[in-house]
Design a protein around this ligand. Sequence first.
Ligand SMILES: [Zn+2]
Length: 281
Amino acid sequence: MTKTLRLAFISALIGWIWLSSVQAQENSPRDDPKFQRVEPFQVFDNLYYVGAKWVSAWVLETDQGLILFDSLYGELTDIAIDGIRDLGMDPDDIRYLIVSHAHFDHIGGARRIQDEFGAVVVMTQEDWQMTDEPAIYQEYPKPIRHLTATHGGTLNLGREKLTFMKTPGHTPGVLSTSFTVYDNGYPHAAVMFGGAGLNFEGVERTQMYLDSIAFLQSLDGVEVNIPNHEGSGAVFERLEALTTRKKGEPHPFVDPEGWTKWLEELSAAAQEKMIEERSKL
Ligand SMILES: [Zn+2]
């Protein structure tokens, strides 16, 4: 082989490798851990982001162990587990996994978190029920039924107290949770709304969703939105602001007006959906 020919061959080979890796990503960037990986980061004294780009996972640290919110799915679950380790914590300390709802992107890694770390999985009765039925969007290893969260139920771990709220619509048993986060020791009321997407059908479910939004709007003093999809709470944008925050400046995740505005937007979108659903009858 002449030198020129060899160079041409090598550059064609590199081109082909590059092209196939791009194509592999384009096939499923959503499910690709390389594409989806986000450096884990601390948001509050006791709360960390260990999620992916498109779907979130959060760790609440207590003096008696860790509480993981959502498990990601497939190979993306590695992002949460590696993230916990990279932040200097031990996944063996995960005491509870709170699953916001039984769609693959939140529940998909639950069985693995149970099996590998002995975590107790918490979900509502309605969404445990979903695990007995065929998965809607994507299959996942079914977790063993552990704890059932009820509306108004609480869970204590160390000094942390979680309060559960059933906010159905997105699924029949969406689980929302309120808890306290600390900013340099100063407490703030945080809520995770467990299912904000309007990808469901029917007047009845839409009404459930509207009722859930109304319930969340009735909660007093919510200051922090902890979303289970990054996009629902501008997590990465707020992180940018957090990294450049100067001493004495407000915490960019403490945003009561943002919470209120978000719920208003969700309510307006659901009212539009209701008109559509009614027109189908
Ligand atoms: Zn969902």
